[in-house]
Write a protein that binds this ligand. Sequence first.
Ligand SMILES: C[S@@+](CC[C@H](N)C(=O)[O-])C[C@H]1O[C@@H](n2cnc3c(N)ncnc32)[C@H](O)[C@@H]1O
Length: 369
Amino acid sequence: MADTPMTGRFFDTRAAYTMFVTATDEKPRVAERLGEQAELIEIQPPGLRVLDAGMGDATVLTHLMRRLHRSLPHIPWLVVAKEISIEDVRQALAKLPDRLTEHPETVFVITNMRFSEAPTLTPSNEGATPVWRDVALEGSTSLDFTDQIRELLPTLADDWRVKTSPISGNPVYERPAVLVLYRRDREFLLRSLIPKPGTEPTGFDLVIAAQSYRARTSVDKKVGGVLAPLARALVPGGRLVGVHSYGNDPGLEIVQGVWPGEHPFPHRRAEILAEARNRLGDGFALPNLSDEEALFSYRLHTMPSDETEHIGTSTLVAAFTAAAYVAQIDEPRLSAAMAGGTYLDATNRVIDRHGAVWFNDEMYVIVKR
Ligand SMILES: C[S@@+](CC[C@H](N)C(=O)[O-])C[C@H]1O[C@@H](n2cnc3c(N)ncnc32)[C@H](O)[C@@H]1O
């Protein structure tokens, strides 16, 4: 997430994220959009290079890798993923063995470094030497890879230790760390894609910035702290795809039913891109997507069928929890709302009105000329 000062504890626990990922189809929908953008890229040897700036639990990333495998089954690729949370790293690594089995020509890199550092895998503080682990996985089955990755976890937990930044209050790494994974039986073929400490960084063909900053962060920080350093890591013709929540949906109606006047999504893509134009200059194209191209919706899975008159409490709780999560309501306000019962009525009214709960996301693209 963007480095921003926070007041109160942000509603951002593991459980809430995991629940949201499985309760909605947002992550596969985002991956679909990324797949469409990837098709517009002209890939050059030695292969495709992808940077996921804010991997989370890698649900988006692994869905995208499945799509990429279908369209580019024999193209080698390098995927660099930035993630500070060891819990997310653990979940992501659990999804990797299947990807390495289906697409053996994969170099997968995870780093805990910041937005400005991750693209080059180089810490800005010259005194800081990254802990760099280069792991060539033996064998060829997903179980071979699962076993070896599991053995790495205790060491990674140590590498991924965080402290709280005295300036922002956000978690920051104790030591910068890089984990490089690939299959030993493809090492020769992948050699030019495998990053090594201290070597000239490669640029990226596709940069993913999906839910990479908090919605209430200033435009200045969204662009200056997150998008601009990521865009500068693109190769000519490379595309950065940003995705954030948009509102104007039943999810926001639920939130505004409980917290009248709440406006959780203050910036539209036009504002973000105007600031990007200021900071990045003419070396980048900012395609003017229509709403039809930029907006897409996703839904909550657990919904009553049309015939059901009574909406169960668990459905109401799931809908409310997802809506509050998307709106990034902080924990004290969330607990206060859930201590009373009115949130259930507010949610019920919205579901009654629409018959379903869906959410809108908005995407934008930055292309390096
Ligand atoms: C590192 S970021 C995003 C990770 C990954 N790119 C993804 O989309 O799942 C993870 C954080 O983004 C926020 N987040 C994820 N999905 C969101 C959504 N649909 N709406 C609002 N915030 C979201 C949450 O605060 C979460 O902890």
